[in-house]
Design a protein around this ligand. Structure first.
Ligand code: HEC
Length: 155
């Protein structure tokens, strides 16, 4: 798992260097990028931070199913649906204790959150593993959120 994280971080660093202009790259080479530089770059790569989300009642069943599919393939290795911790925290109750936009940003923009958000940083202190960026689009993240709401007992 750690190897995977390192590989991913390396990949993101390569991406970062690949995307900067020559001059920026020269500067970066002189004083290597701080995590906050990387976080500033993040919005360009994965879309800007999500500010609003509309929650439907009742739940969108198709999104719940699609969200579960994404969970099974990309999240299940680290997250249980109970409150039990695996690599990351269990998802039970997450939609009750977090704002929906917070959850969406954690899913789509985890580097930014770990850099800037105190709650995300607390989780990192507890889990000691940085959640890797799973390259989830905003639409996919919205479906995962619907699945989480279902998991928390919403109809
Ligand atoms: C390699 C393990 C790993 C994978 C895979 C992973 N996560 Fe995480 N996740 C974590 C860790 C660890 C944390 C705690 C924050 C940290 O340490 O970076 C976390 C935190 C979270 C949180 C905040 C939970 C809370 O209690 O507030 C959400 C939401 C989340 N992850 C969603 C996802 C989604 C959605 C996926 C799949 C698309 C996913 N994660 C895949 C490891 C993982």
């Amino acid at each position: 798992m750690t190897g995977k994280t390192i590989a991913l971080t390396t990949f993101l660093l390569i991406l970062f260097f690949a995307c900067t202009s020559k001059q920026e790259a020269d500067n970066a080479a002189k004083n290597s990028p701080t995590p906050s530089d990387l976080a500033e770059k993040q919005p360009e790569v994965h879309g800007t931070a999500i500010q609003t989300v509309e929650l439907t009642n009742p739940l969108n069943k198709e999104w719940v199913t699609a969200g579960q599919g994404i969970y099974d393939s990309k999240c299940l290795a680290c997250h249980k649906l109970t409150d039990e911790k695996l690599v990351g925290p269990g998802w039970s109750g997450v939609t009750k204790k977090r704002e929906p936009t917070w959850i969406l940003n954690m899913i789509t923009n985890v580097e930014m959150m770990l850099e800037k958000d105190p709650e995300a940083q607390k989780l990192l202190e507890q889990c000691l593993v940085r959640m890797p960026n799973q390259n989830i689009t905003q639409e996919e993240a919205r479906k995962i959120l619907e699945f989480m709401r279902k998991n928390d007992g919403e109809k």
